[in-house]
Write a protein that binds this ligand. Structure first.
Ligand code: KIV
Ligand code: ZN
Length: 515
């Protein structure tokens, strides 16, 4: 069966920007528009130019600099809105005017206070007048899914006769359900067979009931040939249909949907991260396609299956959307197979069976306490528990004073080969003071290249876990320390890294003795 082309109309920069708290500067909008171009969307709805001078400037800048997709501007059926789109889209290589007017009974009665005939007249008049300047005009009967189907067919027919080249059917309030929406699209096509063929038939679904993607796909199955969507599904209230979900569903289920898009799948992850970063809207971890967990497997049974054959538990290849690959999250549900695989990846493939079993037991004990077990944890288990890292430097005593307005001060004593060495130092902060005091004793010359802290468990008595990376003799080593006192955890992490340095003989000869 021949695959039907579905146009992807991206409205991240218009409806997506209507997400509460997601406003973007013109430069940020341009950056996203350029990524959407790399993603190969067919249409970019760049904004609503009449809404503000800044928005007008942003749409104009995108129209000037983004040349491959059609650039679209939104307008109410008002001459001033159409004029704002004319000006904003003037430099575009390809442009489209998107006119909308509400058609449902509730909007006609309470918002517009207009009858059916007047609604049709307003739509037709504005499409006709805009036709002089726009060869592409999209018309949206707002709240279409709650409009009487017969009236919807009349309005859209009149819009096409007046010159609209695309008809968009919005489920403005996310009210419809897939079967109903599919029937509506079939009905409209029956009434006007040009829809979905000579005239683009588009859908624009909101996610109030979590059905935006399902409703959009139902419409595609019924004959719609354009889907309006946003990256990460951002948008007014609960958002819009998410681009990545629509595109990957069409691609993954082409055997059933028999359609295709022109999207460059490999750019999806980058687009998602960029939009999340610039809008400040965090992607939920379990979000389909682009959530942090979308290609992560935690249960031992799943991990074992994926290692034997990825497709046992994965319907899409993460590499196709720009990820580096499948992620096996090592946690309390992981099995020996995944653990062995990971330790081999970390360079401990030649560990004997007895050490592997011991390390696996340690790993399970840690996984019971911690949410995630990172590679550094496994390295620590392997190196520490299997006895590769002797604790040559050990924290004996730590006293830190830190007062508002005063420079923090630390007094540290460490033991080295059964001898105690003490030093004290000031610092920019309490951790800095401790590290300086430690360095006065150890004199490793190490440079801290990373310092991170997180809680190991929940609650007020959570253990703080500090990760520190030290750079010395062209090597970077990671140390970790855990304690309910984060300063102590910081010193332990530093000493752990120093002990690793010593064990790996990164110093010429032995670890220098304190003088
Ligand atoms: O949700 C909606 O109805 C819209 C229109 C402007 C298409 O965003
Ligand atoms: Zn919308």
């Amino acid at each position: 069966m021949k695959s039907r082309k579905i146009y992807i109309f991206d409205t991240t920069l218009r409806d997506g920007e209507q997400s509460p708290g997601a406003s973007l500067t013109p430069d940020e909008k341009l950056k996203i528009a350029k990524q959407l171009e790399r993603l190969s969307v067919d249409v970019i709805e760049a904004g609503f130019p009449a809404s503000s001078p800044g928005e007008m400037a942003a749409v104009r800048m995108i129209a000037r600099e983004v040349r491959k997709p059609v650039i679209c501007g939104l307008a109410r059926t008002l001459e001033k809105d159409i004029e704002a789109c004319r000006r904003a889209l003037e430099p575009a290589a390809k442009k489209r005017l998107h006119l909308f007017l509400a058609t449902s009974q509730i909007h006609r009665q309470y918002k517009l206070k207009k009858g059916k005939k007047e609604i049709i007249r307003i739509a037709v008049d504005h499409i006709r007048s805009a036709k002089k300047d726009f060869s592409q005009i999209e018309f949206s009967p707002e709240d279409a899914s709650r409009t009487e189907p017969g009236f919807l067919a009349d309005v859209t027919r009149a819009a096409v006769d007046a010159g609209a080249t695309s008809i968009n059917i919005p489920d403005t309030v996310g009210y419809t359900v897939p079967r109903e929406f599919e029937d509506l699209i079939r009905f409209l096509i029956k009434k006007n067979p040009e829809l979905g063929k000579k005239v683009v038939l588009s859908v624009h679904c909101h996610n109030d009931l979590g059905l935006a993607v399902a409703n959009s796909l139902a419409a595609v199955l019924a004959g719609a040939n354009q889907v309006e969507c946003t990256i990460n599904g951002i948008g007014e209230r609960a958002g819009n249909a998410s681009l990545e979900e629509i595109v990957m569903a069409i691609d993954t289920r082409k055997d059933f949907i028999h359609c295709s898009t022109g999207i460059r799948l490999v750019e999806i992850t980058k687009a998602s991260r960029m939009v999340s970063h610039l809008t400040g809207m965090v992607v939920q971890p379990n979000k389909a396609i682009v959530g942090r967990n979308a290609f992560s497997h935690e249960s031992g049974i799943h991990q074992d299956g994926v290692l034997k054959k990825r497709q046992t538990y994965e319907i899409m290849d993460p590499k196709r959307i720009g990820l580096s690959g499948t992620q096996l999250i090592l946690g309390k549900l992981s099995g020996r197979h995944a653990f062995k695989e990971r330790i081999a990846k970390l360079g401990y493939g030649r560990l004997n069976e007895e050490d592997t079993v011991r390390a696996f037991r340690q790993f399970k004990a840690l996984a019971d306490k911690k949410k995630y077990v990172f590679d550094e944890d496994i390295e620590a288990i392997l190196e520490n528990e299997i006895g590769r890292i002797p604790e040559v430097w050990k924290l004996e005593h730590l006293k830190v004073s830190s007062e508002t307005g005063k420079k923090p001060h630390a007094a540290v004593s460490l033991s080295f080969k059964n001898k105690i060495h003490a030093a004290d130092s000031g610092g920019d902060g309490p951790v800095d003071a401790c590290y300086k005091a430690v360095e006065k004793i150890v004199k490793s010359g190490a440079r801290v290249t990373h310092y991170g802290i997180q809680s190991v468990t929940g609650g007020m008595d959570a253990q703080g876990e500090v990760t520190v990376k030290l750079y010395v003799s062209n090597h970077e080593v990671t140390g970790r320390g855990t304690s309910t006192d984060i300063i102590e955890a910081s010193v332990k992490a530093y000493l752990f890294a120093l002990n690793k340095i010593s064990a790996r003989s990164l110093f010429p000869g032995e670890m220098p003795s304190p003088v």
